[in-house]
Design a protein around this ligand. Sequence first.
Ligand SMILES: [Zn+2]
Length: 434
Amino acid sequence: MNHFHYYDHKLETLDRDRLRELQNEKLRLLLREMGGNEFYAEKFRAAGIRREDVHCVEDLQTLPFTTKSDLVAEQAAHPPFGRLLSYPLSRYRYLHQTSGTTGRPLKWLDTQESWDTWLRCWGYVYRGAGATEDDIVYCAYSFGPYVSHWAAIEGARGIGALAIAGGGLSSELRLRSILENNCTVLLCTPTYALHLLEVARRNSLDLRSSAVRITIHAGEPGASVPNVKRAIEEGWGAACFDHAGATEVGAWGFACEARNGAIHLNETEFLFEVIEPATGRPAREGERGELVVSTLRRAGMPVLRYRTGDLVELGTAHCTCGRTLAHIQGGVIGRADDMLIVRGVNLYPSAIDNLIRSLPYVLEYEVEIRRLAGMDDLHFKIEAARGSAGDPAQGVADAFRAQFNIRIHVERVAEGSLPRYESKARRYKRVPGA
Ligand SMILES: [Zn+2]
């Protein structure tokens, strides 16, 4: 046994053939449970497939993909939940919704058994990061109708840790709670972890000497973006871990203590495919593609061959943690619809974030995107630390020139004038072109 922590050592290190057998078994069970799910019944009928004829993962690949817009349209056509439930409503206990940043929020329900899936998935996230029952976990979330907030805190309790809900508090009060209660694990978005550092500096609170030893993040690629990760780790004096998930899917990925910049795909609870976004064909080995996920155990409201919109690259090397589960290198690279084309260069916000976070004098930034002649023109607003040497705006422009060979406009704005974010940052704003 090595020093790595596992949630289920046997499952996580299973021989790949045995893992596939197990996935096939779980898939057959799931399909049997889906009798009441009219949405998928219709999808199977339209594809000319009988549910009972699907015996293995390969058989499932004849079913067309499910997209987020399919789900949104389904709930609009058959309000409030769509015909997406496998069981009568009386069997459900949990109702959450997506934030709806890209349109109408999705409502997602869980039975007790489905909720237990969430807790298992979070078990992998926590144990993967090395958290144990001795940890005190602080969830710096609003605790609104969002599943990740509740699954995170219940998942912490699921591994036996002491868990604190930090909803309804100012950033300063959250920091005081983290320090007073000797919290050892912090959960929040990467953006908010950086914001808390700023608030701590203003209040002369020393977070490096706090008990926090692990930070766990999702909701944005940040914790897999090297310079964001470094800034969080240096500021908090803690090891920073990324994980990935979605309301309609579950917490599907987690980072391990090998700390090699990869996220493991939780193949004990989900099936994964990586496809070419344009054609839907399987991506070639080592090629960037869109992640497609099928739930194996969340039978109450499952998704099959769901296009996440997340761009990923499968890793090929074995992970030193000993897990046989597949992994994606560099976490979620971005969302297919987030890509910017700036003077002919394809650019993801995560790459921009990585560059900005290598410039310690930039406190916060915002980007206006103007579409000009089919290309995106970027106008940056930055807040710079007081007493920054030189011209910070010029510094950012020069760094872009050096790294991406593109010219951008940079404007320095007053400290504190740009918004700060508790959850996902919305730093990119489309404005009408000239
Ligand atoms: Zn690993």
